[in-house]
Ligand binder design. Structure first.
Ligand code: NAP
Length: 280
């Protein structure tokens, strides 16, 4: 049995689908079963990652677990997992874990999660994806208002990755032993600046979209309105001070899955409905 945490999220949704389509027994950790839409045959179990004691039922008979970083008392959760018979943890980390900068809030929680998993004594695989292509969904409210997208960090190129590719790599790691002990740097095949992503969206959605880059100060104000200061400072350090380079391409997706990483256009076509649904 494979337990997928964050099963309703960007990666988890894709991972549950790919594991279940290839015939694996999958259990999805959810907080609200009424809201979770899972493929037929996938077992839903309720639990809260911030309360490891709530995961007893979820961990029963599990051998492999896909784990999100940054929750309370991960060491306790991992000890419970080990006791329950879990053998392999596939951890969703991120590129900034390589910095191990405990003064940067994002790098710190990724780094701490990797340390906790290493110290658990369980077999592990660390996934370090760059920014997700699905981050473009943050533009939905602007797209509902008109054709101008005001983009944060407009000059920063990012080799964004399709969550489906992260899930494909995670599925390989969870279903075979050959990726144990590996740190996998995961990127798409091309680095794009926001205006290039917007140009792709314009073509896919057949709309005359225009990208208006925000200044650093406007970006900071927007971030401060939506997240705690420590995360604003972390992203500022990454993308204004330039401490994180997400433009470098890594061939990992192809090496692990045997196929090219998906392009931003492929991602946008697959998710075009999300951009055109009346809910936006
Ligand atoms: N976005 C990026 O560019 C990027 C890049 C690198 C790494 N990451 C990392 O990716 C992770 C997010 O992954 P994602 O985008 O797949 O997720 P997501 O779409 O943000 O969704 C979060 C998932 O976690 C679940 N969750 C939240 N709090 C929980 C709790 N206390 N107990 C159990 N489940 C809980 C949510 O379940 P509910 O349905 O119950 O809310 C949901 O399934 C973050 O750790 C982030 O740092 C993101």
């Amino acid at each position: 049995m494979i337990l997928v945490t964050g099963a309703t999220g960007n990666i988890g949704t894709e991972l549950v689908a790919v594991l279940s389509n290839s015939g694996n027994s999958v259990r999805a950790l959810v907080r609200d079963p009424a809201r979770a839409q899972l493929p037929a045959g996938v077992e839903a179990v309720t639990g809260d990652l911030n309360r490891p004691e709530s995961l007893t039922e979820a961990l029963d008979a599990v051998t492999g677990m896909f784990l999100l970083p940054g929750y309370a008392d991960t060491p306790d959760l991992l000890a419970r997992a080990k006791k329950a018979g879990v053998q392999h943890i596939v951890l969703l980390s991120g590129g900034s874990a390589a910095q191990a900068d405990m003064n940067n809030a994002v790098s710190a929680y990724m780094t701490q999660a990797e340390r906790d998993v290493r110290e658990s004594g369980l077999a592990w695989t660390f996934l370090r994806p760059r920014s997700f292509m699905s981050n473009a969904l943050r533009w939905l409210p602007q797209l509902a208002q008109g054709d101008v997208i005001r983009a944060q960090f407009p000059d920063v190129p990012v080799a964004a990755i399709d969550p489906a590719d992260i899930a494909a790599v995670a599925a390989v790691a969870l279903t075979g032993g050959e990726l144990a002990g590996r740190i996998l740097e995961l990127t798409g095949a091309r680095a794009l600046v926001p205006a290039e992503q917007v140009a792709v969206l314009a073509q896919v959605l057949d709309r005359p979209l225009v990208c208006a880059g925000l200044t650093n100060e406007q970006t900071r104000a927007e971030l401060e309105a939506t997240m705690p200061q420590k995360y604003v400072d972390a992203f500022w350090s990454f993308f204004v001070d330039g401490t994180l380079d997400e433009s470098q391409i890594h061939p990992t997706v192809r090496a692990v899955t045997g196929r090219e990483p998906r392009t931003f256009e492929q991602w946008a076509r697959t998710h075009a409905d999300a951009f055109t649904s009346p809910a936006q």
